[in-house]
Design a protein. Structure first.
Length: 133
């Protein structure tokens, strides 16, 4: 698969570090298959078909999980640029959280902490997954 780009004139091919591309592809396909088979959660849609928000049950646990996943994004390999990596990780997380909070605030008139924790700080972090060097 790494030679796909070379064969079609799209560059030098794709190389994922430590198999991260394969791991995420398999996980994503398995999650999609599970979602198709299981369908939506009970209570997710009203009788008229309109989606209903399912609020989180514990905000302290949600924030703790957000902090843990944020700190988990640091490179496991010894790297002399660890300060730069840490700062870029925190800036990406803060930018994602701020963008999500701003969107929800403009759209619904008030900020929502669960959106800030989940959709903001945690969803922006996969952009920092290791790239081949």
């Amino acid at each position: 698969m790494s030679a796909l780009g070379v064969n079609f004139g799209l560059g030098h091919g794709h190389v994922g570090q430590a198999g991260s591309s394969v791991v995420h592809l398999v996980g994503g396909v398995a999650a999609l298959a599970g979602a198709v088979v299981l369908g939506p959660r009970l209570g997710k849609f009203a009788r008229n078909g309109k989606p209903v928000a399912i609020p989180g049950h514990s905000m302290p646990i949600l924030r703790s999980a957000g902090l843990a996943s944020t700190l988990d994004r640091h490179s496991p390999e010894p790297d002399p640029r660890v300060t730069v990596i840490a700062v870029s990780t925190m800036l990406a997380s803060a930018a994602g959280a701020f963008s999500a909070m701003l969107f929800v605030w403009l759209r619904y008139g008030k900020p929502e902490p669960s959106i800030l924790a989940n959709a903001g700080s945690r969803v922006s972090l996969p952009s920092l997954l290791p790239a081949p060097s």
